[in-house]
Every structure is written in C-alpha cells, then in structure tokens.
Design a binder for this molecule. Structure first.
Ligand code: AMP
Length: 407
C-alpha cells in the first residue's frame, strides 16, 4: 500500500510517501520519499528539498508564493526525475492530509467529500493560517490525480473532542459556546501518537494511564490525557492560547487587548501580527523565536534572552501544574517536538519544579539525546519520557484504518 501524506504549515509544506504490505507495521517505516517546501528562508522564494530512501536528492529555489503551484512541483518529483519512486500518479492508494481545524463537526478522521471540503473552507475563519493551505493541498491532488484517488482528512482538533465541558467552555456568555466559540485544542495528532507510544514504551494499557504530553516546538501545547482521551489542554479556540511559544504570546490578559485597541491605536491586523508573529521568545528577547539562538545569546550574556527563557519556563511549569490538577495524579510526563525532544535544559527546568512530588530526572540520561526512552531515575514517582513525535505516520495509520473499514 502506498500512502502519500501532505502536512501543510503556515509557511511550509511537508510531504512523505510510506509503503508497506497490507499489515500495518508496529513502528514507523522509513518513508520512501520525503519533500519539503520552505517559504521562510527568503521573501517570495520557495525552497524545495526532496530526498528518497535510496539517497537521491533534489534542491531547488523557485520564485513563487503560490502554494498550489509549488505543491504541484513537489508532487511531480514522485514520478519524474532522479527522485522518482513510483511509475505514475495512479500508483498511489490514498492521500492523507493533516487538517488543523475540524470544528465541532469532525471528531474523527474522515474520507474527503465535497461536504468535508466545504467544512474545511468554512472553518478557515478559525484557522486562517492553516485550513486554506490544507484545502489547497486537497485540491492540488484532485487536480493532478483526479477524484478517484481517496483522500483522508485527519484533524488536529479531533483528539480533544471529548474535553469535558468545564474545560471546553470560556466563561463568557453561554451563546459563545452555542455559536462554536469554545476551546478546541490543537496538536491532537501528535498528542495522540505520543500517548499511544508512551503506553507501548511503558508496556502498559493506555486506558490505565494518566499522562501529560508536552508538545514543545515552534508552537507549544500541553495535553492532559486520561484513559487515552484528552481531558484538558492549553490551546483553545485558536492555537494562540496557552503556553509562551517561539513567536506567539500564548495566554495574556484579554484586558490588555482592549487597552491596545482602545488606547494604543492598534488595528486588528496589527494585533494579530504582534500576538502571532512578534511575541513569545522572539518578542521578549528581540532576537529569535528559536530556542537554540536564545541559548547562544544567553551564553554571550544577553539579559533579555535570559528573561525570555525564564518566562518560557515559568509559564510551562504553571501550565503543567494546571494539567496535573485536571488529572488528579500522574503516571508519566512526555516531552516531544523540537524543543521537547532536544532541549535537556527545558526538560530539567520543567521537572525540577515538581521535585517535591518525587519527580526525578536522571541527569545523565537527560543529556544523552535519547529518543523514545524513559529519562526518570528508578525511584522517581513518575516516568519521564522523551518521544519523537511522528505526525505523518499517525496520519498514515488513520488512512489505512479508514480504507480497511471501507473494504
Ligand atoms: P518544531 O516546530 O517541532 O519543528 O520545533 C522547532 C523548534 O525546536 C525550533 O524553533 C527550536 O526552537 C527548537 N529546537 C530544535 N532543535 C533544538 C535543540 N537542539 N535545542 C533546543 N531547541 C531546539
């Protein structure tokens, strides 16, 4: 079975091709082909990078901001040129898409139909940086491969669809909730994958575990997971709520927003730009939203970089405390994504605050760049795992599951 995955970010487009026999392997196989488009390196330039399992590579820079055009270029490298891995587009069995917002309607992955496309378009008002990109990916596939190839939408909000109402509502007028203005939560594909992988690593049934998954990347969110379901999370109506992130503020006093609009002459667009692109690690340090560069600046004695890190840790610890209270106990903490997987400093700082509860990180293991391992000491009161998140593989599994149900 050949499953193509499209994973669209706000300024990137990642894609990969998995191939396996009818039985789903336990662990993710190496993709046959991987491709990425990155618009962040140079204004107006799309940088395309393709590599195959056999070692062929392609690097191209194309002057375009059109995602549709670049998605077509990216897809063609599957069946043409040095990176060719399939004879023709028809060799694909299914295409899976990460779709950021599924709203209240989509609580599970689903085969893409005209109604699903209309819903993704409608929900673009809630996820303007992502849902339109997801839809363009779906339409690009339709354009090249025709409607006969099944496409599957896997929603980042779905894992949180069973949030208890007390965690899901905002304490504004009840009508907000009736109109869909509620907490949805995001990074669900990653939170679910990590929870399942944690159960596998611990040799436990997921239904018996209480977990906190810390997805710390450019975007950051926590999920409190009980019996395999998300019962609380830090992101809300949009991916802006919660933790301090690379360039996003996370939660701030809503009264400050009123003040900026009313007293400081902010337009709505400027507010959006400031909160999403000019805040977080970047906003406080004035240098970068990338933790590696923050650490370099700290090493050079930069006080604002240090302050940015202190704020990041303070907010992470507070939110872990909140998730802990929702769960009423804990079996394991999980760290994942760029920061969670790579920063021993952040893991140590997060856990240190809970030393009084008996959380003990093995400091040697924590420094060893381990992946899918338990980093806690044997006498720690909880397990502390580092897991490499595999969103694309999680999407591929959903595709396989849905297709096999259809047969
Ligand atoms: P992601 O969104 O999961 O790709 O995570 C990207 C972020 O991970 C980057 O912006 C960095 O802040 C962070 N990151 C990646 N590698 C490291 C590292 N070795 N040490 C600290 N942070 C890292």
């Amino acid at each position: 079975m050949k499953i193509l995955i499209l994973n669209a970010g706000s300024s990137s487009q990642k894609s990969c091709l998995y191939e396996f026999n009818s039985k789903l392997p336990d662990r993710p196989p190496h993709p046959l082909w991987e491709a990425q488009i990155d618009w962040t390196r140079q204004q107006g330039i799309a940088a395309l990078h393709v590599k195959t399992r056999q070692g062929a590579t392609l690097n191209q820079e194309i002057a375009t901001t059109s995602r549709k055009e670049m998605t077509m270029t990216l897809l063609k490298t599957l069946w043409a040129g040095d990176t060719q891995v399939i004879p023709e587009p028809a060799a694909l069995d299914v295409v899976g898409h990460r779709v950021v917002h599924g709203g209240q309607e989509y609580q599970h992955s689903t085969i893409v139909t005209p109604a699903v496309k209309a819903a993704i378009a409608r929900l673009a008002t809630l996820a303007p940086a992502h849902n339109p990109a997801n839809l363009e990916g779906i339409e690009a596939i339709e354009h090249i491969l025709g409607p006969q190839i099944p496409q599957v939408a896997v929603f980042d909000t779905a894992f949180h669809s069973q949030l208890p109402l007390a965690a899901a509502l905002y304490p504004g007028p009840y009508e907000w909730f009736e109109q869909g203005m509620r907490r949805y939560g995001f990074h669900g594909i990653s939170h679910q994958y990590c929870a399942e992988r944690a159960a596998q690593i611990l040799g436990r049934d997921l239904r018996t575990l209480r977990l906190i998954n810390c997805h710390l990347g450019n975007g950051c969110s926590l999920a409190a997971i009980r019996e395999g379901h998300s019962i609380d999370t830090t992101m809300g109506f949009t991916p802006l709520e919660g933790l301090m992130m690379g360039t996003r503020s996370g939660s701030i006093d809503p009264g400050l927003l009123i003040h900026l609009l009313r007293q400081e002459g902010y337009t709505v667009d400027r507010l959006d730009q400031t909160l999403n692109k000019g805040s977080g690690l970047l906003g406080i340090s004035g240098q970068s939203g990338d933790l590696r560069q923050i650490q370099t600046a700290i090493a050079a004695g930069d006080a604002r970089a240090q302050l940015a890190l202190d704020l990041y840790i303070h907010r992470l610890r507070s939110s872990i405390g909140a998730m802990l209270a929702s769960l009423g106990g804990l079996d394991a903490m999980i760290f994942t994504a760029g920061v969670g997987e790579n920063s021993s400093l952040v893991r140590a700082a997060a856990c240190e605050a809970f030393g009084f509860l008996g959380w003990k990180l093995d400091s040697e293991k924590n420094e060893q760049r381990l992946i899918d391992q338990d980093l806690a000491t044997p006498n720690s009161s909880i397990r502390i795992l580092v897991i490499h998140t595999q969103e694309d593989w999680a999407i591929a599994r959903e595709c396989q599951k849905l297709l096999s149900q259809q047969l």
